[in-house]
Design a binder for this molecule. Structure first.
Ligand code: CAA
Length: 380
């Protein structure tokens, strides 16, 4: 066992840290307040290779491993969790299934511009009646000649209002339930596609979360991703990797809130001494630091397991479950250490506290992660 990063992994982490400090952190509070999508930052991340980190260079990506991806995600999310999720969805939920299940033509036409950051992707699985019960897809894809006509609605879609290319899951045979689901590639320019509305959210306010409508969207055979009935497995295997990305996002939020609270506890004086000299604060610091470290270890292990080419569903679920719940705990304690200042928008911990909550919900709630983990444990 060894706990050292490779030179390349350290280089990517430092590059992401430097970029985040220069380009992301300075605007994080403003774009949160204004609910403004950081288009310029996303473009620059594309130029640096951050929008297709794991995609092979021949398809426009950086060709790096999952550990590099997690390190970059952590640094970007530490500065701004909204920017982190925009990056995570494009990498894990859109580039990965295109690379893994796409034909050569699909990789050339759709994956390459996404991996280069010239286009942005979204992953459309959730529906009003298909949240944790993802197999309950009501969006229909009716065969039409050698293609399909798609009708339905998707909600809570990250990047939905800004995406050029969407992976859309739809039912082709409702009697077969999850075995009737198929995956399709839809372009925002396809007639019949529209953005119904954007959610007004508690956190990650600079990333758009949209409700989308598909009204007789016609796609040809070149837009089917994977085979007939393969959609649910594509959706689930894609989410396995996505959950590592969200674990890394939560980790970034944990680190930002912890470091801010630690520093504040050394500066803030009450009763004639810095508050870090009180045991009440020292115990908080110990609990926060331990959960931060445990989140790191679980997240890096999940990324490493994926890099070994092994099954990693359980490791990903554990990392996401623990890191997201740690981000809830750590940001709450950080606000407590900051006291009244923590509740004010003058200080960043208020934003970290709001951003943390979604990591326990999207890409599978904590309850869904527990289903995956217990299912895997009971099979052993
Ligand atoms: N990889 C490949 N196949 C998988 C799999 C995986 N990780 N997990 C399950 N499958 C397969 C199973 O092997 C099974 O196949 P067979 O029928 O051939 O045996 C099939 O899928 C059905 O499996 P289950 O019976 O376990 O499925 P289920 O309907 O009981 O669901 C669940 C289990 C864990 C609850 C799952 O539905 C789930 O993860 N739900 C949460 C969905 C989710 O994460 N949604 C988030 C959407 S994305 C988002 O948040 C928006 C965004 O933009 C960020």
């Amino acid at each position: 066992m060894q706990f050292e990063f490779s030179e390349q992994q350290r280089m990517i982490r430092d590059m992401a840290r430097d970029f985040a400090a220069r380009e992301v952190a300075p605007i994080a509070a403003a774009i949160d307040h204004e609910e403004r999508f950081p288009a310029d930052v996303v473009k620059k991340m594309g130029e640096l290779g951050f929008m297709g980190i794991n995609v092979p260079e021949q398809y426009g990506g950086a060709g790096l491993d999952m550990v590099c991806y997690v390190l970059a995600m952590e640094e970007i999310s530490k500065a701004c969790a909204s920017t982190g999720v925009i990056m995570s969805v494009n990498n894990s939920l859109v580039c990965w299934p295109l690379e893994t299940y796409g034909s050569e033509d699909q990789k050339r036409d759709f994956l390459t511009p996404l991996a280069r950051g010239e286009k942005l992707g979204a992953y459309c699985l959730s529906e009003p009646g298909a949240g944790t019960d993802a197999a309950n897809q009501q969006t229909m894809a009716r065969p039409d000649g050698d293609g399909w006509i798609i009708n339905g609605m998707k909600n809570f879609i990250t990047n939905g209002a800004n995406a050029d290319t969407l992976i859309v899951f739809a039912q082709t045979n409702p009697e077969l339930r999850h075995k009737g689901i198929r995956a399709f590639i839809v372009e925002r320019t396809d007639p019949g596609f529209s953005v119904i509305r954007k959610e007004e959210k508690m956190g990650i306010r600079a990333s758009d979360t949209a409700q989308l409508a598909f009204d007789n969207v016609t796609v040809g055979p070149e837009r089917a991703l994977g085979g007939e009935g393969a959609g649910f497995k594509i959706a689930m295997s894609t989410l396995d990797g996505g959950r590592i990305g969200i674990a890394a996002q939560a980790l970034g939020i944990c680190a930002a809130a912890y470091e801010a609270a630690l520093e504040y506890s050394k500066q803030r004086e009450q009763f004639g001494r810095p508050i870090c000299q009180f045991q009440a604060i020292q115990w908080k610091i110990a609990d926060m630091a331990t959960r931060l470290d445990a989140s790191r270890l679980l997240t890096y292990r999940a990324a490493w397991t994926k890099d070994q080419g092994r099954r990693f569903s359980e490791e990903a679920a554990m990392a996401k479950l623990f890191a997201s719940e740690a981000s809830h705990f750590i940001t709450n304690e950080a606000v407590q250490i900051f006291g009244g200042n923590g509740y004010s928008k003058e200080y960043p911990v208020e934003r970290h506290f709001r951003d943390a909550k979604i990591t326990e919900i999207y890409e599978g709630t904590s309850e869904a992660q527990r289903m995956v983990i217990s299912g895997s444990q009971l099979k052993k």
